[in-house]
Design a binder for this molecule. Structure first.
Ligand code: GLC
Length: 558
């Protein structure tokens, strides 16, 4: 047993209306793969709208919709040609309005993606830049430079694209433009005030339409180091490496976020922004959520942690401490549309599923806000054997297995055959494995042992139990390879101990463990056996139990 304690100061306010984002559970809808209303095989906004009752029933607080703007889809919508309109593939502006209104009627907030680091090469600005000459104001909206070497035939520096290959492409007149991602995604020049004005207008457009916030794509990339210096080494593409790169996480990027925060604060209703920022350390990440910057940042350090008690505990402690230091809520995320699904990361098969169930209880018991990626509530695995002809992700250029298509396979809703109610048509843009027949929403609904039921129950307890959500965490003595902590209300931590406490134990040890536990079990991710004042947890299992607090009963918890 190791005894150790950490108390993280509670944040400003809890879940009571204001500061809703401090403990919100936000569900990521990858629009293209969620629900297809018109039978063309691609998910769309009316599809999301039709499925709002499912999401409300699941018990999440908000939806984050991936980009649905006009786009040639070179990066599936992260290449935006018109930020103020909906791509016909996904619907119309009227559909967006209707979805926002219906979501609000279901008690769900809406967060939309904004992509400020780059536009599409089909954006009117980039087309104008192509038509204009070197040195023109049109080119000054992007990062366009002369090349090096004889005739400027070498790129201006050694930067590599995240998707593989050089980050520069040459224009017909010999100049080069920067693209940290695909060549179809030219980087904007955020040193140009025109870019600031344009994006303020885009944010206002969607705020006026009623959205509750933004997920800021590549929020760490908009500012580049002065003079665009060489990196000096290759293998730059590991976004979550510890390397300090001249095109990511530059201090100047924070000025942009401060400007955006002022704009968000000028609207009522606690409109928020969450940073997609791949920062080298939790401290650097927390800087994005200082009080005058963005509200949240995705915790990719948590997502990247392997299934190991000591490693997870370290990430959790660091995340809580660094977030608390800037007064922001920590966030927790296990999967998204860019990474291998966590059932597969945790070992796949029965073991991966068991661990994913335990991870759900761990994640939803931690202080702060949590993200759920569509399909994780069904226990969907990564699809590792997508036929070659379907693989479309530009990132596959990075090499074998680098494509992200396998985590973007559409949702299975009901029925015996693909596409399992995803759409009215016979096909879906990526084929859904026949084996997902057992994983459909319909199949799992009402089944007490299903992943869907576990998520529904966990979200229900989370919304009802006053100790969950924002607030303090205290680690308890635990056998090796096991995490045990208690969450408690303000009242429970102070004076007479009245109030509510919830304890969470997660067994990552590989064997059965016995943990002291007094109080009624609330929810278990797998087999547990209670005997008097102890509980036995099977490997890869988590348990929540209610801790009676009157008179600080259960001395083990202090
Ligand atoms: C973000 C998105 C990813 C996209 C990239 C470029 O990382 O999550 O899907 O490819 O930005 O916009």
């Amino acid at each position: 047993m190791t005894q150790d304690t950490l108390i993280v100061p509670a944040g400003d306010l809890g879940r009571d209306g204001t500061r809703w984002w401090r403990d919100a559970v936000i569900y990521q809808v990858y629009v293209r793969s969620f629900a297809d209303s018109d039978g063309d095989g691609v998910g769309d906004l009316p599809g999301v709208r039709n499925r709002l009752p499912y999401l409300a029933d699941l018990g999440v607080d908000a939806l984050w919709l991936t980009p649905f703007y006009v786009s040639p889809m070179a990066d599936f919508g992260y290449d935006v040609a018109d930020y103020r309109d909906v791509d016909p593939l996904f619907g119309t502006l009227a559909d967006a309005r209707g979805l926002i209104a219906d979501a609000h009627a279901h008690g769900l907030r809406i967060i939309v993606d904004v992509v400020p680091n780059h536009t599409s090469d089909r954006h009117a600005w980039f087309r104008a830049a192509l038509a204009a000459s070197p040195g023109s104001p049109e080119r000054a909206r992007y990062i366009v430079r002369d090349g090096r070497g004889p005739d400027g035939a070498e790129p201006p520096n050694d930067w590599e694209s995240v998707f593989g290959g050089p980050a520069w492409t040459r224009l017909p007149d010999g100049q080069w433009y920067l693209h940290l991602f695909a060549p179809e995604q030219p980087d904007l020049n955020w040193e140009n005030p025109e870019v600031h004005t344009e994006f303020a207008g885009i944010l206002k457009f969607w705020l006026d339409l009623g959205v509750d916030g933004f997920r800021v794509d590549v929020a760490h990339g908009m500012a580049k180091a002065h003079g665009l210096p060489d990196v000096g080494h290759t293998d730059q593409v590991e976004m979550l490496g510890t390397a300090v790169l001249p095109y990511f996480d530059q201090d100047a990027v924070h000025d942009i976020h401060r400007e955006w925060r002022r704009l968000l604060d000028s609207y009522g209703g606690e409109r928020i922004a969450v940073a997609e920022a791949w920062a080298p350390t939790p401290e650097r990440l927390a800087a994005y959520t200082r009080p005058d910057e963005l509200h949240q940042a995705f915790n990719f350090h948590y997502l990247s942690a392997p299934w190991d008690a000591a490693g997870l505990r370290e990430v959790i402690d660091e995340s809580l401490c660094t977030a608390a230091a800037v007064g922001a809520p920590a966030t927790w995320v296990l999967s998204n549309h860019d990474v291998k699904r966590h059932v597969t990361r945790y070992g796949g098969g029965e073991r991966g599923l068991r661990r994913a169930r335990a991870a759900a209880l761990l994640t939803l018991a931690l202080p702060g806000s949590a993200y759920v990626y569509q399909g994780e509530e069904l226990g969907l695995p990564e699809v590792l054997d997508l036929p070659e002809e379907f693989q479309q992700d530009p990132q596959r250029l990075r090499g074998e297995g680098a494509g992200r298509d396998g985590c973007r396979v559409p949702m299975p809703w009901e029925g015996e055959e693909p596409p399992f109610g995803f759409g009215a048509g016979a096909a879906s843009w990526l084929p859904i494995p026949a084996a997902w027949r057992d994983l459909t929403v319909a199949e799992q609904s009402g089944d007490p042992g299903s992943m869907l039921t576990l998520y529904q129950e966990a979200l229900r307890v989370r919304s009802e139990h006053p100790a969950l959500g924002d607030g303090a965490l205290r680690w308890l003595a635990a056998p090796r390879g096991t995490l045990v902590f208690v969450r408690e209300t303000h009242e429970a931590t102070g004076g007479d101990g009245a109030g509510r406490r919830l304890a969470c134990a997660v067994n990552l040890s590989g064997g059965t463990v016995r943990v002291p536990a007094s109080g009624p079990p609330l929810l278990a991710s797998g087999p547990v056996h209670t005997d008097g004042d102890h509980v036995e947890l099977s490997p890869d299992t988590a348990l929540w139990w209610d801790v009676e607090t009157s008179g600080r009963q259960g001395g083990r918890l202090t």
